[in-house]
Design a protein around this ligand. Structure first.
Ligand code: GLC
Length: 435
């Protein structure tokens, strides 16, 4: 590798790598922000959810509607008690059609149109499904008014749909359901996806006290045992006390809400591919890659998604064959040198590693805040595409916990809850029905 390229890569890795000392500093800052957030002075909103943890004995069949960042997923969930559940039926649809026929996340769409689309999907789903009530997971910052009512405070994850901010979400859904003849479907609970993940983990494990998502967006909640005891939705994606690189600043200034959600923009699926693209573009412009020729797609925003990032990071073939094929098929760059491809892989790994260490640093802060000295076991329920699909991601978070907590890391179990964000809506509906 040419000297200049080696130097550049080293600079990049230094800018993105978080040492154990930096991780400790970030964790401490997060603790300060958690305290500040509970009194309203912080980058963390620390939203009360009024939701308790389940006993694990709740039963019943519920429709779970999971409104996330990219998809809406409908699930007919039967809670069997003893921490067991069965998904009887499920259906997923995208909020933005990849071929451009519709986009319910855009400013041109209204809340009414969005919820009518959702109600239409629910109407077809319920044709051969039986449930009397529904739980809705709505993965955005909301002010909770009651267990089944919450007002959207603002959009995140680049959503722009008009006429939803400031409105009560369950009423929008109920009105749309009534319009489709489904007024009988009882709206039992409305929760954030992190809450759903924690509820799912806690349904089968009494030590679960943290729930976290790293998918399109990133956020974490935890169970606050001090009165008034309840789950707190931290809106952790808005945390900002960590080192930003020039690429983070560029991505932020190109985003729809500059200055907001800085942690989310550094760690979540909606943004990781874009960070990678900005680094690549910079390197090509400096003549360090692809013989200095800029592929057209690299000039356009959002042209690398997280699954492609996973492909770059996971190519273990000696000649980096998968990366070669991806460059040829997607970017029309052929032939490429092995060095080009090695650089691409390094960039992807660097961006992914920082994401995992940043997310891990926030868990360290939360754990220290909940249980200084780590006296008891903790289960962290996890959901989202990064945890589920990014090779090695969860292992990197676990390694960091070991690096910082040493032997005591054994007391912490990060567990994948497998669509916990949605299942949790059914558990929340059952918890509310039992009251
Ligand atoms: C965004 C939302 C948050 C959600 C997270 C994960 O950060 O603001 O509410 O939990 O994405 O979907």
């Amino acid at each position: 590798m040419a000297k200049l390229l080696t130097q550049k890569l080293e600079q990049l890795q230094n800018a993105f790598y978080l040492s154990a000392e930096q991780v400790r500093e970030i964790a401490e800052k997060l603790q300060t922000e958690m305290t500040g957030g509970l009194s309203g002075q912080s980058s963390l909103q620390m939203l009360p959810t009024f939701m308790q943890l389940p006993a694990g004995s709740e039963t019943g069949t519920f429709l779970a509607v999971d409104f996330g960042g990219t998809n809406v997923r409908l699930q007919l969930v039967e809670l069997l008690g003893q921490g067991q559940y069965a998904v009887k039926k499920q259906h997923s649809c995208r909020l933005k059609d990849p071929s451009g026929r519709y986009d319910f996340t855009a400013r041109e769409t209204t809340g009414e149109a969005l919820f009518d689309f959702l109600a239409g999907q629910i109407a077809s789903f319920m044709e051969d499904a039986c449930a009397a009530s529904l739980g809705l997971t709505f993965s955005f910052p909301c002010r909770q008014l009651a267990a089944n009512k919450a007002v959207l405070l603002h959009w995140t994850k680049e959503f722009q749909t008009s006429a939803v901010i400031g409105r009560e979400i369950m009423s929008l859904l109920s009105a749309a359901l009534a319009g489709r003849g489904l007024a009988w479907l009882q709206p039992a609970a409305l929760i954030n996806d992190t809450t759903g993940t924690l509820l799912t983990a806690a349904y089968s494990n009494p030590h679960a006290d943290i729930g976290s998502i790293c998918g399109t967006g990133h956020n974490t909640c935890y169970f606050e045992a001090k009165a008034p005891a309840m789950i707190i939705n931290m809106e952790a994606g808005n945390f900002k006390h960590f080192p930003l690189t020039k690429y983070d600043r560029l991505l932020d200034s190109n985003s729809r809400q500059p200055g907001a959600q800085l942690l989310e923009k550094a760690v979540a699926g909606r943004y990781l591919g874009e960070i990678c693209r900005l680094i690549l573009l910079d390197m090509v412009e400096q003549g360090l890659l692809f013989r200095g020729k800029i592929p057209a797609l690299l000039r356009q925003q959002q042209t690398i998604d997280t699954s492609e990032l996973a492909l770059l990071a996971a190519d273990d073939t000696p000649s980096l064959l998968h990366i070669d094929r991806w460059l040829a098929a997607k970017h029309n760059i052929y032939p490429t040198t092995l060095t080009d491809r090695q650089v691409l892989k390094k960039i992807a790994l660097t961006v992914i590693l920082r994401s995992a260490r940043l997310v891990g640093a926030t868990y360290i802060g939360i754990l220290q805040q909940l249980d200084p000295g780590l006296q008891r076991p903790h289960v962290i329920g996890l959901d989202g595409s990064l945890f589920e699909k990014m090779p090695g991601y969860l292992a990197k978070v676990q390694e960091l916990l070991q690096e910082i907590f040493k032997d005591k890391a054994e007391r912490i179990s990060p567990v994948l809850t497998g669509s916990g964000s949605g299942i949790g809506a059914a558990i929340a509906a059952a918890v509310c029905a039992d009251k």
